[in-house]
Design a binder for this molecule. Structure first.
Ligand code: SAM
Length: 263
């Protein structure tokens, strides 16, 4: 559990899952459980202190690669609860047949099917992700479905050589990407005038207790807490005001906007 899930979950679940059959066994294992729990608490505490201590510190690429190497196997299971938000975000893109769309931080490719339904066979999807373990699953999905109009690039978004100008871009649960101004700039640089953009993900809530959920989910899925109050701010700076909708007690947002038509 500790190696595949979050330390937060490991901390909660380590005691009930560590049952022992004999009395002597129990005597030996109880301190071990306590040690594991203590280590998990220390790990989470250190991680969050690092992030809270340095609120202006941006995303960390090495940590993100390690995070998604650990998460890749269980990622789709962990995201199941958030699937209605994906559908909402993609519907906000208002895709049209033949559109070229960027799936920024595409992960295992969970958005590909819905994006394809919007753009049809004549459109094109470009998925970008820096994690080899995540994008490998996206590649398998594309191969299994024989999708010929999906191009996947394993690259940091900020340096990606994006081969087409796009009509739309999706940033779904990609806080680390959104908090890199150079990554946002590279995407916007590859958008056609009038392109639609949607970003969605976690945010700090006005409901203080709900932030325990945001905090634990964020520790597990992002490498910086910086900007969690307005994760879309760099995007808004580039493309102008966004329409921001919040859901689940203000812990999740869907922000949408449109690049100006150039004159
Ligand atoms: C929470 S996952 C979201 C995946 C996908 N958008 C989805 O909806 O399931 C975040 C993804 O962003 C990727 N990522 C984070 N920082 C990145 C960067 N700078 N460049 C490219 N990918 C990045 C991670 O590798 C991970 O796959």
């Amino acid at each position: 559990m500790a190696t595949t899930g979050s330390p937060f979950l490991a901390m909660i679940f380590s005691a009930p899952f560590s049952t022992s059959s004999t009395k002597s066994d129990r005597c030996v294992r109880a301190p071990e459980n306590a040690t594991i729990s203590l280590q998990a608490v220390r790990f989470v505490w250190r991680k969050s202190l690092n992030k809270v201590d340095k609120p202006s510190q941006g995303p960390d690429r090495t940590e993100a690669l390690a995070q998604y190497r650990r998460r890749a196997a269980l990622y789709e299971l962990e995201m199941a609860l958030f699937e209605p938000i994906r559908r909402r975000a993609i519907s906000r893109l208002a895709l049209r047949r033949g559109d070229v769309v960027l799936d920024v931080g595409c992960g295992t490719g969970l958005s590909l099917d819905l994006l394809r339904q919007g753009i049809g066979a004549a459109g094109r999807i470009i998925g970008l992700d820096q994690s080899p373990e995540m994008i490998e699953q996206a590649r398998e999905r594309v191969a299994q479905n024989h999708w010929r109009n999906v191009t996947l690039l394993c690259s940091p978004v900020e340096t990606a050589d994006i081969p087409w100008m796009a009509d739309a871009a999706l940033f779904h649960f990609t806080h680390d990407v959104l908090r890199r101004p150079e990554a946002v700039a590279n995407v916007v640089h590859h958008l056609k005038p009038g392109a639609r953009v949607v970003a969605s993900g976690l945010k700090w809530s006005w409901a203080i207790p709900a932030n325990l959920f945001v905090w634990s989910a964020a520790l597990h899925s992002v490498t910086t807490l910086e900007g969690l109050d307005r994760p879309w701010s760099w995007l808004a700076e580039r493309i102008g005001p966004l329409d921001v909708e919040t859901l689940l007690l203000d812990t999740v947002y869907v922000a949408s906007g449109r690049l100006a038509d150039r004159v």
